[in-house]
Design a protein around this ligand. Structure first.
Ligand code: GDP
Ligand code: IMO
Ligand code: MG
Length: 432
């Protein structure tokens, strides 16, 4: 039996992690975010009502559940408080009391956002297509050892000193490198003073609490953001995010020993999507891709940008399964593929030098040189939307799932057939 589960995105993000985390959260003693920031957009639908979470863990709709933000997350206090207020306005109770934040979290401040946006504008056609939320610059500050961390808020003089030093560096870049508006010291400090009193009470020794909960036998759920192919090390670099999105990152990012990560649930969309720039071997530019985008409502939950759509890429999944140690897969959005005459699975690539690979190479240049090799299967005409048991799935849909298992080399533990919490099929319960 698995006591703790790490849920990660196995492709380029937006696989449906939020829905599954919300579904699994019921049984747990806490849900923990361990990387990323409010670049994430995790959609939950409960009884037809939609909630989009960006920074707050996807367990918050469960009334008595405590949610944790670990040290690996870059926190925008402004975005955090805005999200809390939205949830409270929607009737969610005690959000602030049920949210615990590691004091070691680096903060995202206005100069990170200004830099992110100015750099993207300067890159022109070569832009990464970031969410513009300041994520990259905030992680840079962390490794450069100049972050203002959440715990620093207790000492405003210390914060002011750090902000001053950072602005001296960044305003030169903003003005002279990018021809952009500089960021005013007093405005940053006013902003910090405006959120400080609400943020300080949420600070908590997250690592210690998680350790103790685990020792008492409580189940924990670690919620990944983004996806493996956006990972800073192993993704399509430089078209990636600025954190490690792998299951292993849950250990460092939440502050728990790796032995606590008992089960890795890889969330896998039944086809592939990507938002932002960068190579995408199975991308479709025809009516089939447009159909997936339309039926799957493939528009970013954070930025509203259209997501690029393509066939299922089993060779990319193979990479994901290996580097995350995926115990079981949850295939989401199967219903979006209903009604197609045929469906394709990419089983490998012809590389730029003419050789064959059955696994996605690393980095944007190598991936850009991949021409997919497809296997074609018959589609299914019967609807899978809302189906709640595996037996009731159309035969061809089952064949598709079986073939994915065979090519990728990991079992399908769950299938999602609609956005609602209830539209879920369990084959092998990850906690069982
Ligand atoms: P996340 O970032 O991985 O949490 O995924 P997003 O929430 O950004 O994107 C997933 C989208 O698909 C959301 O709009 C979900 O409501 C929706 N969704 C999740 N699972 C299913 C499913 O099985 N079927 C359908 N049709 N929609 C789903
Ligand atoms: P969830 O958790 C999909 C993408 C951006 C861009 C790249 C870098 O909802 O799956 P960043 O702002 O992180 O510096 O942008 O990463 N990206 C995502 N794509 N889902 C996400 O999160 C993403 N978070 C970042 O589009 O290409
Ligand atoms: Mg998303």
């Amino acid at each position: 039996m698995a006591q703790n589960i790490v849920v990660i995105g196995s492709q380029w993000g937006d696989e449906g992690k939020g829905k599954i985390v919300d579904w699994l959260a019921e049984q747990t003693g806490g849900v923990v975010r361990f990387q990323g920031g409010h670049n994430a957009g995790h959609t939950l639908v409960v009884g037809g009502k939609k909630t989009v979470l960006r920074l707050i863990p996807s367990g918050i709709l469960h009334e008595n559940l405590t949610c944790y933000i670990g040290s690996g997350v870059v926190v925008s206090p402004e975005a955090l408080l805005g999200e809390i207020d939205e949830l409270v306005a929607a009737g969610v109770k005690n959000v602030e009391q049920r949210l615990k934040i590691a004091p070691t979290c680096p903060l995202i401040l206005p100069y990170h956002i200004a830099l992110d946006q100015a750099r993207e504008a300067s890159r022109g056609a070569g832009k990464i297509g970031t969410t513009g939320r300041g994520i990259g610059p905030a992680y840079e500050d962390k490794v450069a050892r100049r972050s203002v961390r959440a715990g620093d808020l207790a000492d405003l003089d210390k914060v002011a000193e750090k902000v001053k030093t950072n602005l001296a560096l960044y305003n030169v870049q903003l003005k002279h490198l990018h021809g952009a508006q500089t960021v005013d010291f007093d405005e940053v400090m006013d902003k910090i003073r405006s959120f400080r009193d609400r943020v300080l009470p949420m600070l908590h020794d997250v690592a210690n609490t998680l350790y103790e909960k685990n020792r008492k036998g409580e189940k924990l759920l670690f919620e990944g953001a983004q996806g493996t192919l956006l990972d800073i090390d192993y993704g399509t670099y430089p078209f990636v995010t600025s954190s490690n999105c792998l299951a292993g990152a849950a250990s460092a990012g939440a502050g728990v020993p790796p032995q606590m990560l008992n089960y890795v649930l890889g969330i896998v969309k039944a086809y592939t999507t990507r938002v932002g720039s960068g190579p995408f071997p199975t991308e479709l530019f025809d009516d089939i891709g447009a159909g997936l985008a339309e039926r799957g409502h493939e528009f970013g939950s954070v930025t509203g940008r259209a997501r690029r759509c393509g066939w299922f890429d089993a060779a990319a999944l193979k990479r994901s399964i290996q580097i995350n140690g995926i115990t079981g897969m949850c295939i989401t959005k199967l219903d979006v593929m209903d009604g197609m005459d045929e469906v394709k699975i990419c089983t490998g690539y012809t590389l730029a030098d003419g050789s064959h690979s059955d696994i996605l190479p690393f980095g944007a240049d190598a991936v850009a040189g991949c021409t997919p090799v497809y296997e074609t299967m018959a589609g299914w005409k019967e609807p899978t939307f809302g189906v709640k048991s595996y037996d009731k799935l159309p035969e061809n849909a089952k064949r598709y799932l079986k073939r994915i298992e065979e090519v990728c080399g990991a079992p399908v533990a769950m299938v999602s057939t609609g956005p609602d919490r209830e539209e879920t099929i369990v084959i092998q319960h990850p906690f069982a």
